[in-house]
Design a protein around this ligand. Structure first.
Ligand code: COI
Length: 355
């Protein structure tokens, strides 16, 4: 362990929420991890302090040019009381891929893991144990130079904050209504679509609001060039089961390489299901639906794990998928991933990591 993390415990511990009544991302634990970066000095002063507001100049570069990165992962408690993470190194490696793209100095992988484990350990009593709940972890880095010119910052702050969460969508694991967005795009190749940075999410808000207005939970994103290849659904990766084969868009620079996406592919393959990563034309999805061979469709992401698509609208066409019910395979993927995460299903892949 290379970080020497100081720990200052809160003198005012907060009341913990009712684990059976959790939303997503609106409650925060008692502590947070913080570490600073200064050019020439590197990352320094790793510490765990009470969760709370902090001072930062209004000129800090993150506010103006959005130089930031974030990650999302979860901690769980097994029935035996063991605290564990799910494939944390996948998130940590992706964090440094985002850092590289956004010109933020990388953090040593083992240091980041140590920081995440340290804050989870300090706030482990906050890990909810009700069905479908977990402690969501949000590591993030912001550029802090007080400067209005456009260049990479020379100072940064790295935080890890924690939030006990339930379902991401109010629908939970129930199927959601999605429409195919034709006006706005999320990302293009050469841009930052593969990186987990705030700007991608800010750019998606307009379409999300449009979706809400139309009574949809989210949008299905198409590629920015041909405007016909499926990319993601809302903030999630997307899968279609057509005639027994599971298809998901290949990672070509504009799509986030999701950890749940990767886990889903590995699981399906281990069950002998044919999985193909390739470009998928929206016309093909609707043709399959009309031919009665679009069997299931679902999003994957850390926050919701699996979110089935029950209805898909594109232009004037509206198709219902699997009678607006969660598909058998989607349910099996959900049960297996959440089972491994919470220590209730045998972890044959070695995905769970003890804290
Ligand atoms: C996820 O699906 O895990 C996400 O990226 C959503 C997050 C932005 C809340």
């Amino acid at each position: 362990m290379s970080l020497n993390i100081s720990i200052q415990k809160t003198t005012h511990p907060k009341q913990k929420p009712d684990a059976n009544n959790l939303g997503f991302g609106n409650i925060f634990t008692d502590h947070m991890f913080v570490m600073d970066y200064t050019e020439g000095k590197g990352w320094h002063d790793p510490r765990i302090i009470p969760y709370g507001s902090f001072e930062i100049e209004p000129s800090a570069m993150v506010f103006h040019y959005g130089q930031e990165m974030f990650e999302g992962m979860k901690a769980y408690k097994t029935p035996e009381g063991q605290v564990q993470l799910f494939r944390p190194m996948k998130n940590i490696r992706r964090a440094n891929i985002t850092n590289e793209r956004i010109c933020i100095p990388e953090i040593d992988e083992n240091d980041m893991l140590q920081a995440i484990k340290a804050i989870v350990d300090v706030d482990k009593d906050w890990i909810p144990e009700a069905e479908g709940t977990s402690l969501y972890l949000r590591p993030f880095i912001i550029a802090t130079d007080p400067f209005l010119g456009v260049r990479p910052s020379s100072t940064y702050k790295f935080f890890v904050i924690c939030s006990p969460v339930g379902a991401y969508y109010k629908e939970g694991i129930n199927p959601v209504r999605i429409y195919v967005e034709e006006e706005y795009v999320r990302a293009v190749r050469g841009g930052v679509g593969y990186a987990k940075t705030g700007g991608n999410y800010a750019a998606s808000l307009k379409a999300q609001m449009k979706a809400k207005k139309g009574g949809f939970a989210q949008v299905l994103w198409l590629d920015g060039i041909h405007r016909k290849y499926v990319e993601e659904v809302g903030t999630m990766n997307v899968f279609f089961k057509i005639n027994g084969e599971v298809i998901t868009p290949s990672l070509e620079g504009s799509i986030l390489p999701g950890v749940t996406r990767d886990s889903t592919i590995e699981l399906l393959k281990s069950w002998g299901v044919k999985v193909t990563e390739r470009k998928i034309d929206i016309q093909e999805v609707f043709d399959a639906a009309k031919a009665g061979i679009l069997e299931e469709a679902f999003g994957t992401g850390t926050a919701a794990v699996i979110s089935p698509i029950g209805e898909l609208k594109w232009k004037d066409e509206d198709v219902v998928i699997n009678n607006n019910e969660i598909g058998q395979l989607s349910q099996r993927v959900y049960d297996t991933i959440t089972g491994i995460q919470t220590g209730k299903v045998d972890d044959t892949f070695g995905w769970a990591e003890e804290v």
